[in-house]
Structure formats: C-alpha cells, structure tokens
Design a protein around this ligand. Structure first.
Ligand code: DGY
Length: 331
C-alpha cells in the first residue's frame, strides 16, 4: 500500500482535545489541527480554523452556522461529539452537501442516570440536606423539612426516544407510574407499561415532568407560562435536554409564585449560566453545568463514535450515525 502524501490527505480541524491514542487514529489517515485555545473557539477562530478543513470534529455546543459552513469550501463532514445537533445549521449543511453526524445511543444510560438522580434529589431534598449539614444547621432537634416519596408517583416523560425510554425503565424500577407524550401513541415494547397522554393531560397529572426532546423550531419554548401553569403546585420539572425547550423566565416566575414546587436543570438558555441569572439565587432549584453525558466511560464511547463517523465520511463510507442522510443520497 502506498502512503498518501500530506497534500492527498484530508484536513481535519478538532475543537475538542483528544488523548494521544484517539488522535493517532485520525492522524493515521488525515492532517490534523487541534484548536489551541482552552475554551470553545469564537466564531472568528472557528472560521479561521476551518478554512482548509475537509472535516470538523467538535462539541455539540459549537455553533456551526451558515457563515461558518460558507467559510469552509472543502468541508465534507461535521462530526459532533454529542447527540444533539441543534448547533449545526442543517439547511446550510444540506445546501453545501456537508454530512452531519452525532453520537446517539452511547450516552442514553448516562443521561437517564442523571435524570433519575435529579428526580431523587428533588424528591428527597438531597442538595438542601447536604447544605444543612455543611452550614452547621444540624442541631439536636432541628431537622430538615420532609421530602416526598417517588414510589407511587407519576413521572411524565416528554419525548420517548432513546433517552426517554432509558428514563422510563429506571422509573419503573422505582415503582413510579410512567406517562409520556410524543408524536406516536404506542410506546416501544420495552416500555410497554408507559401510557400516552396529550401534553396538557401529562402536565396536569405528573408529579415529575422530564424533558427528552431535541431542540427544533417546534420544540423551542415547548414549556412556557401557559404550560407551566398546568403543572401541579407540588410537581417538579427536570430538564437534561436543551435549555431552550423551556421559557426560562416563565419558569423563574412559576417557581417564585409556587405554581411549580421545584426544578432540576442541567441545561440553560444561556450556557454557562450567568452569575446574575435569577435562578442562581433560588433555593427550590438544582443547577448543574450540563453534565448529562459526563462520565469517563460515556465520554470515551462518544469520542470513539465521533471519530468513526468522521473517518468513515472522509473515506466516502457511510458514517455510523448521520443526522442528514439526504446528503448521502445526493452523493
Ligand atoms: C449532547 O450530547 O448533545 C449533550 O447534551 C452534550 O452536548
């Protein structure tokens, strides 16, 4: 086999840092440039870095809009290190014939574990109880306010895809009743115990509402003032999907008015959450820094899948997970 010269090889721009052995996999076939900054590149830095690239591998928070795509005439693939793909302008990618890939499946258990952890944390007041001990408020006779059981309660899952299903299975193990809302009414066989509800009915009935939909124009602010007002005052909201699914200022208002008992949020309309955000000062919310997939094993699996996708696309093979298969059909 003859070695390709550097100019015959595809150019790859990486905006995530990879360990040596993972980088080797790409460097065996491609010329690689890794973004040198410690944080995510700015739009200008991305445009500069991607100018000669055939492939881009970056986080699912990296905005790849039409300006970025148009600044990369050679670009053939955007491989997201993440399952979400709302960061990519899909219409512009399709127009340019750029394949967009993501990492579905490999992070479903991690996100579902976190979701269930948040259900339990809200119900049993875990973060509050921890603060109670650390702040020296635990005195003889002085106890915490009581929490609530999860068994026998109803979990409403909005979006019964891979992650929603993994959450439903966990909730069943905790003896919860599971209802869901999605575009289909028949649940997948493995969660046949879950029951379809119209959105309004789900919001009225659930003790815990958990969001597991993709961010699309139709799901932007899916939960606004009117929807939050339907929830029971004793109910909790959990969001591990995308911040923009919830109208965050409407949620702050609903929490303040006691229309909703509490919320656990791993995602926000603006990330990182600004220090001045009203949520920061609220005690009936749990705030996490977008850690749904943040376990060693899951991040390794995501990394491997995003590299597989990138290399396959650059070789002209079908990637394992393509978001816009219509682009492959065009080829
Ligand atoms: C994902 O995979 O989309 C996670 O939310 C991380 O961005």
């Amino acid at each position: 086999m003859t070695q390709k010269s550097a100019s015959d090889r595809a150019n790859v721009f990486l905006t995530v840092r990879l360990p040596e052995h993972a980088l080797d996999r790409i460097e065996t076939e491609c010329n690689v440039v890794t973004f040198a900054g410690k944080e995510m590149p700015s739009k200008e830095e991305l445009i500069a870095g991607i100018a000669e690239a055939d492939g881009l591998l970056g986080s699912a928070q990296l905005s790849v809009d039409a300006d970025v795509l148009n600044a990369a005439p050679r670009l053939r693939v955007v491989s997201n290190f993440g399952v979400g793909y709302d960061n990519v302008d899909l219409a512009a990618a399709a127009q340019r014939g750029v394949i967009v890939c993501n990492t579905p499946g490999v992070l479903s258990d991690a996100v579902a574990d976190l979701t269930m952890g948040l259900v339990l944390s809200l119900a049993r007041r875990l973060p509050e109880s921890e603060r109670f001990v650390r702040e020296g408020r635990w005195k003889p006779g002085a106890g915490m306010e009581l929490g609530t059981d999860v068994s026998g309660k109803t979990l409403g899952i909005i979006g019964l895809g891979r992650i929603g299903v993994a959450v439903a299975r966990r909730a069943q193990a905790f003896s919860m009743t599971v209802v869901f809302h999605d575009l289909f009414r028949e649940p997948p066989a493995e969660v046949g115990f879950s029951k379809y509800r119209e959105m309004e009915a789900l919001l009225r009935e659930s003790d815990f509402v958990s969001l597991h939909v993709n961010l699309r124009p139709e799901t932007h602010h899916l939960l606004g003032r009117a929807q939050l007002a339907l929830m029971k005052p004793s109910a909790f909201l959990i969001n591990t999907s995308r911040g923009q699914i919830v109208d965050q200022s409407a949620l702050v208002e609903a929490l303040r008015k006691g229309e909703v008992a509490g919320a656990a949020l791993d995602v926000f309309e603006e990330e990182p959450l600004p220090a001045t955000d009203p949520l920061m000062a609220m005690t009936n919310v749990i705030l996490l820094p977008h850690i749904g997939s943040a376990s060693v094993e899951t991040r390794e699996a995501m990394r491997d899948l995003s590299i597989d996708n990138l290399l396959r696309a650059l070789r002209g093979e079908r990637p394992k997970a393509v978001v816009n298969p219509e682009v492959l059909a065009q080829e």
